[in-house]
Design a protein around this ligand. Structure first.
Ligand code: MG
Length: 347
């Protein structure tokens, strides 16, 4: 009888551990950027034991539950821009191994976020690899793009829910990709887009996860797949996530509590967002013009603050005057001109 109870207790404990590890999402670091301090960050999203640095111990060590760069590591990261570290650990009692890319923080410090890349002046296609490359070339602090989910669970880059008349969620990637973008590129996958963006260290990648009308499970699934891919490629240092669907952002945070997320819909105050652990807002320009106190509230709480989509000079000047750290625009060239002409309006 006693043995039976012990077996049962062991069985249920194992179930709880398994459930915990499913619920806690992915192993991650609290930070992925070197900004002059040797200590990079701690492991988050689980209970960790026996953490060991393997393979790159010349450059990193583990101390007081933190990943730390050696002196040599600090020199190397400045010359190479990025270093890979591999960690071995027990997480929630299970053995895991994970590689992380740590970047020298050389991201541009201007306010310019290119909306769907920088495509307009170049007369190329929005959300194309060429538009991303142009945003990088201009030196934009960030380049935004839109992620949809195909019938066969491929993540692809496109703004609308349709591509050349086909509903993206009702077709497989191969069926969609028979049509090229209007600039002749192949319909980009999120994988190709991230890999392209990770070839440089100045422009951050702003990933918009589009909502779906196919129910909450499909929405959660596209959020999970997106975060999994970002982790698989080691793109965490480049990426922040935005969405109109609040549940998608909550799912992203469940997968990776250190992820930078910004809500787009404009119907929650900064304080309401913070209560849910959403640390950024990226609202339509009219929302901020109606609720100027939200700008103050967001800044006081050191939240990520962004505005969309500001294209005319008058409104660009308004958001520069309000010292917005990020301004999303179809006119990145114009915004750069305005910043140059009145540097006091910029940060
Ligand atoms: Mg978008």
């Amino acid at each position: 009888m006693k043995t039976g109870i012990i077996i049962l207790v062991t069985f249920f404990s194992a179930m709880i551990v398994t459930a915990q590890s499913v619920q806690t999402g992915l192993a991650g670091l609290s930070n992925y950027r070197y900004a002059g301090k040797a200590t990079i960050g701690e492991l988050i999203n689980g209970r960790y034991e026996n953490v060991r640095v393997t393979g790159s111990s010349d450059f990193f060590f583990w101390k007081n539950n933190q990943l730390v760069l050696t002196k040599k590591g600090q020199q190397e990261i400045k010359s190479r821009n990025e270093l890979m570290v591999e960690l071995d650990f027990l997480r929630n009692g299970q053995k895991e191994q994970k590689k992380f890319r740590i970047l020298n923080n050389r991201f541009h410090k201007n306010q310019v976020i290119a909306h769907r890349g920088a495509w307009k002046k170049l007369a190329t296609t929005e959300n194309s690899l060429a538009a991303l490359a142009q945003a990088v070339k201009l030196g934009c602090a960030g380049s935004e793009f839109d992620v949809h989910y195909t019938k066969d669970d491929s993540l692809i880059i496109n703004h609308d829910a349709h591509f050349n008349g086909k509903a993206i969620e009702d077709f497989r990637y191969a069926e969609l990709a028979v049509d090229l973008l209007s600039n002749g590129e192949v319909l980009p996958t999120l994988r190709a887009y991230l890999l392209s963006g990770m070839n440089q260290y100045g422009t951050q990648l702003i990933v918009e996860i589009k909502p779906t009308d196919k129910g909450p499970e499909r929405a959660a699934s596209r959020a999970r797949k997106t975060v999994e891919l970002v982790h698989e490629l080691g793109a965490q240092a480049w990426v922040s996530y935005i969405s109109f669907d609040y549940s998608i952002l909550l799912e992203v945070k469940k997968m990776d509590p250190a992820a930078h997320v910004q809500f787009l819909s404009g119907n929650k105050s900064p304080d309401e967002l913070l209560k849910d652990g959403i640390t950024g807002l990226d609202y339509h320009l009219s929302v901020f013009q109606k609720n100027e106190n939200w700008i103050k509230q967001a800044k006081m709480n050191k939240m990520m603050l962004n505005v969309w989509t500001v294209n005319d000079e008058k409104n660009l000047r308004y958001f520069l005057a309000h010292q917005f750290p990020m301004i999303t625009t179809n006119e990145p060239e114009l915004l750069f001109e305005l910043i140059k002409a009145s540097p006091s309006a910029s940060q």
